[in-house]
Design a protein around this ligand. Sequence first.
Ligand code: HSE
Length: 296
Amino acid sequence: MIKIRIPATSANLGAGFDALGLALTYYNYVELEESDTIDISSTDSVQIPKDESNLIYISARDLFEVCGKRLNGLKIIQSNDIPMARGLGSSSACIVAGLVGANTLLGSPLTTDDLVDLAAQIEGHPDNTAPALLGGIVTAVFDGRKVQWVKQEVFTKLKFVAIIPDFELKTEKARACLPKEVSHRDAVYNLSRAALFSASLLTGKFENLRTAVDDKLHQPYRMELIPHCGEVFDIAYTHGAYGVYISGAGPTVMAIVDEKNEFFVGKMRFSLENAGLNGWRVEQFSIDNEGTTILD
Ligand code: HSE
């Protein structure tokens, strides 16, 4: 069987809505091989679809179709560490696993660019799928068919601390609450900050990140769907985070923290508990620069 490791991702990074994302050292594992039937199982207790509605299967079948082949069945074994519907790229991880797995089964007929394009078409936007495939921080523009992208590896020792609530927020719901139109002023507010984010992250001007993660396009609306979100932001800033933002469509809150801020995680846990916010867990990651990897 082919064994694949796929990283979690954190999209938007505040102002870069649907355009910026990065990969984290937090992984799902998928094993797959061709079969005459659909045989899907998992190594954990996470509930996953075990029929043709499974996203890994759908993505693999799409790739076969693009390559003019027919997929009769697939044996898939999933290990799901990335929590579902929490803004950490669990669906993208499935899409990317299916595409990379199927491409490998066929002898790698499609290029990396092809995979980035296909993944974005299946997901609808590239800011989780592209970093899941490529690793690092990815800037991507998607016109509905093709993605123009740049991957940059990040060698800072920044910690990305995910503050993950115990409830799910489906991306469709988190997108449905957004306004159809925004003002010119708000558009400028966001584009300047999105550009500032990657430039500041990559050059080490971390003091800019608090300004860079602010946005007017999605976070103010999504905060309404995430109880205590504002309080979690305040606590993270009190303990010295450089920047705090809603990861992807939420509900996870991500804090960017200096490696020298040694006890950030402990302080967060203590303060959250003290504030009665017991449903939030705190996990520390770094940036993954490798992206999806086929393991031996
Ligand atoms: N950019 C997407 C959003 C990421 O914010 O809706 C979630 O898939």
